[in-house]
Design a protein around this ligand. Structure first.
Ligand SMILES: *Cc1c(COP(=O)(O)O)cnc(C)c1O
Length: 411
């Protein structure tokens, strides 16, 4: 199939099922493949390699839309943007010294609209949904995805129905409710919310925006990898740590690097970054599967962690996450809640970075991987902080002394 010429320059060619290889028309609404696997977007990379150069990015807007050739939206009029993307890549010299990792950086997704990197998936997913004529969507969420999709859907004029666990971070309820989305809480986990949404979708009329049940959220998350490559001057780091729930970001990073390699923008003789899936020890299905060298994960019963965004007991795309770990010679690590909370505090104390608990887990994992030698001295390591600490006001308790007017400070 040839990519159709389009206003954005998108070279989207078709969708395919990564299990069967079967192709699907990208210009119609699609959900899962016939055998129930996520569909992935393919681009006409051969043609794009001839016409597109890194220098073409110079002067483009500092948002993820600077990579529009490698994104699915064809008509610029359908782009729904709140200015997402192009987040900073910050050196963390003091925290790095403490962890024994001289070359430690953080890509900080805490500053994107809606306060988490879910905005990337929502921006591209909602834009493409609008382009394909979607007027109503529904999704289960642990909070951040629902917040992002509700807000972007509002901007697109799409009606959103969101179902989430009642214990999900409270601020995300406000984000969803204030823009007029239909919000429901469920006494249970995201998997329970998922079953309720699936039922509604089966009964008709709703676009299913659940993780990996539509093909474009991952394309938005992929832009973290494109940006990281550009920010590193097209020389990728050795190791990237990623807090893994559904794993969409990790799959997206790996997809980005493979596409850049096919375009010839990164050196094909250098190994791709070793990807590290970091999970909480109270919900670590990917870690368990990786340790067994399995190709799929098992449902994790009674999962719990303060890092709510990675409380996903069974991910639809688990086989793609594991494939990315094996292909990149990465690994998977579980971290206790106490350790990730301690790491959250150290990141703030050493670097002024108030990261989300999911992001903090990366520093606890990096400490462990450096200690056991998996991360070697001198390697360049990037932690992908997926959200802002201020979205989780309850994970840290401040206990300041209370003064009366006229009191003196104990200096
Ligand atoms: C959703 C989420 C994650 C996990 O992302 P996946 O790509 O689904 O694995 C990590 N951190 C935060 C803050 C999240 O909201």
């Amino acid at each position: 199939m040839q990519a159709q010429p389009s206003g954005t320059g998108s070279h989207l060619s078709h969708l395919y099922c990564p299990k069967s290889g079967e192709r699907y028309d990208a210009d119609r609404i699609q959900q899962l493949s016939r055998i129930g696997a996520p569909l992935l977007a393919a681009y006409d990379l051969a043609s794009l390699a001839r016409s597109w150069r890194p220098a073409d990015l110079a002067g483009r807007e500092p948002t993820l839309w600077r990579y529009r050739e490698l994104l699915p939206v064809r008509d610029p009029a359908h782009v729904v943007s709140l200015g997402e993307g192009f987040t900073p890549l910050l050196p963390l010299p003091r925290l790095g010294r403490e962890l024994g990792i001289g070359g430690l950086w953080m890509k900080d997704e805490g500053i994107v609209p809606t306060g988490s990197f879910k905005a990337r998936g929502a921006a591209v997913g909602v834009s493409r949904a609008r382009e394909l004529g979607v007027t109503r969507l529904a999704m289960p969420t642990n909070g951040n995805a629902g917040a992002a999709w509700a807000l972007y859907a509002a901007r697109a004029g799409i009606r959103a129905t969101i179902v989430m666990p009642k214990d999900a971070p409270a601020i995300t309820r406000q984000e969803i409710a204030i823009c007029g989305a239909d919000l429901y809480l469920v006494e249970g986990l995201i998997s329970d919310a998922g079953r309720i949404v699936a039922q509604a979708v089966a009964e008709g009329g709703l676009y299913d925006a659940s993780t990996l049940k539509e093909p474009y959220r991952i394309e938005g998350k992929k832009t973290m990898g494109l940006e990281l490559a550009e920010q590193c001057g097209w020389r990728l780091p050795d190791v990237i740590l990623y807090p893994t729930g559904g794993g969409v970001g990790l799959i997206g990073l790996h997809k980005a690097f493979k596409e850049l390699r096919e375009l010839g923008w990164i050196d094909p003789s250098r190994p791709l970054p070793r990807l590290v899936a970091v999970q909480a020890s109270g919900c670590a299905p990917i870690v368990r599967a990786w340790e067994a060298r399995a190709t799929v994960s098992e449902f994790w019963p009674d999962s719990r962690t303060v890092a709510f965004g990675i409380n996903v007991p069974k991910a639809l795309g688990d086989f793609l996450v594991l494939e990315a770990l094996y292909e990149s010679e990465g690994c998977a690590v579980a971290v206790d809640d106490d350790d990730l909370l301690a790491a959250q505090r150290r990141a703030a104390e050493c670097e002024g970075a108030f990261v989300c608990p999911e992001g903090a887990a990366l520093f606890a994992a990096a400490r462990e991987l450096r200690r056991n030698g998996w991360i070697r001295g001198g390697e360049r390591v990037v932690a992908l902080n997926t959200g802002a600490g201020i979205k989780y006001p309850d994970t840290f308790r401040a206990d300041p002394p209370l003064l009366q007017p006229g009191d003196r400070l104990p200096l």
